[in-house]
Design a protein around this ligand. Structure first.
Ligand code: NAD
Length: 487
């Protein structure tokens, strides 16, 4: 926690500085909240989620013009309640200082790592899960004893307003606060000297945010995007793979950072995959236009972007398979049917850009090594999915590929597992939240050496040519001989 001396930030929203200053002061007045205080904060959030469930579902749906209520419950509210319960149960263990090894040269001494709250955490929120992606990092930050300022997404204003109201109801402004606003506010927000900054959003904006944070040397957790691949092994039943992938890709109409972005499918199974995928989608969503289970696209701009990808692919010779069981039209709605793409090439936007919507290219491969090479030739993704019953082969593929997280024989479910870290690698992000790693991410691991009344240093102090120091040197020389290197 740095001292609360803030460089003035030129801003149309000057209260950002005042908010941060108030939080930093409040933090210094209560720098190490005990377990009970942290549990109290988590419990307030837990109750607010339960009490406001219907309002959250309604607000998110308003932002999307239709978001499936089940998806909001499953992917925003349930994992938050689980995440809170996870930390609540393990706080005592995570907060406990850890005893560490004392080297001979320091004995006698007690050596510890203490996990100290960093202070005030800034959290920048995207639009696609406007409640979960605001509160999930917050849960980790609060569990670790911090205060937090959140910047909600300008593209999910109803959710942002509700979030602000809920947070103001249960926390004081110097404990947790939400600010709304567009790029200008976001820009000023990310320039603030937070003690840690969590940014969830695109890789492109992530670079800008990291540069802004660098001016303050603020550590960042970047939760970014990218193209998350799926590889289906030739021995895996293709219908089963298609139905599991359809479930994941259907959620939020593909507007998920870990949504399957493209499928690497054995060449002779591509047609069977497309048929089975279309069947699964049609069973899950027999109609689209007025079906409240099928989520719409967040804004006209995003819909235009996705339609642009389809036009681009078609113009460059790809085959489009639109899954529209009732043959409906979507011109006057933000709904968009799921479309499979065959024959995609590297010149097409669908293979160059993150899709983030209901479009799924299916790319044939001839050997598993070729599929792995395809993934490894591209930027390291946020998620990687592999379908294969053979455990040792799956472990081999995991060892040969990099990704933020992975599922074997499933998609996206690793986000719901509270006990594992969530975060990207390279262009898909850095740092983690969730699990023990999340708690550590929002804590300073402070190494502490504590000496007692016996001070062995006194015996090995200068003048150096003394008996104790010479004995120490001899002992070390006996302990550390040159090793034979085994090639
Ligand atoms: P975005 O990068 O456009 O915006 C995210 C946030 O950044 C918003 O709050 C916005 O106000 C703010 N912002 C915009 N410009 C900024 C700037 N110049 N400086 C500082 N802040 C700025 O992303 P989005 O469209 O809201 O979300 C979609 C992207 O987010 C996709 O790429 C997706 O993969 C990614 N994403 C990642 C995760 C994850 O957990 N890794 C989760 C959801 C979404």
């Amino acid at each position: 926690m740095s001292a609360p001396h803030l460089t003035p930030v030129k801003s149309e929203t000057p209260d950002l500085e005042a908010l941060l200053l108030a939080q930093k002061k409040a933090y210094l007045a209560d720098p190490m909240p005990d377990r009970a205080a942290r549990v109290r904060r988590l419990d307030k959030l837990h109750n607010a989620l339960i009490d406001n469930k219907a309002r959250i579902i309604a607000a998110v749906s308003k932002d999307f013009s239709n978001r499936s209520a089940a998806e909001t419950e499953l992917a925003e509210i349930m994992p938050l309640l689980d995440g809170i319960a996870f930390y609540r149960k393990r706080l005592r263990k995570f907060m406990k200082p850890q005893r560490r090894h004392a080297p001979l040269t320091l004995m006698p001494a007690s050596i510890q790592v203490q996990y100290q709250p960093v202070g005030v955490v800034g959290i920048v929120v995207p639009w696609n899960f406007p409640i979960f992606l605001a509160l999930s990092p917050l849960v980790g930050a609060l569990a670790a004893g911090n205060r937090a300022m959140l910047k909600s997404s300008e593209f999910a204003p109803a959710s942002g307003d509700l979030l602000k109201e809920i947070i103001a109801d249960i926390f004081s402004e110097d404990e947790v606060t939400v600010v709304a606003g567009g790029v200008e506010v976001a820009t000023e927000f990310t320039k603030l000297p937070f003690d840690h900054l969590v940014f969830t959003g695109s890789t492109q904006v992530g670079k800008i945010v990291m540069k802004a944070a660098a001016d303050n040397l603020t550590p960042v957790t970047l939760e970014l995007g990218g193209k998350s691949p799926v590889i289906i092994h030739k021995d895996f039943p293709i219908d089963e793979a298609a139905s599991r992938i359809a479930f994941g890709k259907g959620i939020n109409a593909g507007q998920v950072c870990v949504s399957p972005d493209y499928i690497l499918c054995p060449r002779d199974k591509v047609n069977a995959f497309c048929t089975a995928f279309a069947d699964s989608m049609s069973k899950a969503y027999p109609a689209l236009r007025d079906n409240q289970d099928y989520t719409a696209i967040i804004t006209d701009r995003q819909k235009t972007r996705l339609e642009g990808y389809l036009k681009d692919a078609e113009a460059k010779g790809a085959e489009l398979i639109t899954i529209n069981p009732k043959g409906e039209h979507f011109n006057d709605t933000r709904k968009m049917p799921m479309t499979l793409i065959l024959g995609a090439t590297e010149e097409m936007l669908v293979l160059r850009e993150e899709i983030f919507g209901p479009i799924l290219p299916v790319i044939p491969y001839d050997s598993i090594d070729e599929a792995v090479a395809y993934v490894n030739d591209r930027p390291r993704p946020l998620a990687f999915y592999y379908f294969d019953w053979d455990k040792s082969r799956a472990n081999d593929i995991l060892a040969r590929t990099h990704a933020g997280g992975a599922c074997i024989n499933d998609t996206m479910s690793h986000v719901m597992a509270d006990d594992i870290p969530f975060g990207g690698i390279g262009p898909s992000g850095m740092g983690h939240y969730h699990g023990e790693e999340g708690f550590r991410n929002f804590s300073k691991a402070k190494g502490v050496v504590r000496k007692g009344r016996i001070n062995a240093t006194a015996f090995v102090a200068p003048p150096w040519d003394n008996f104790m120091f010479n004995s120490l040197k001899k002992l070390q020389a006996m302990r550390f001989r040159r090793r034979n290197i085994q090639e």
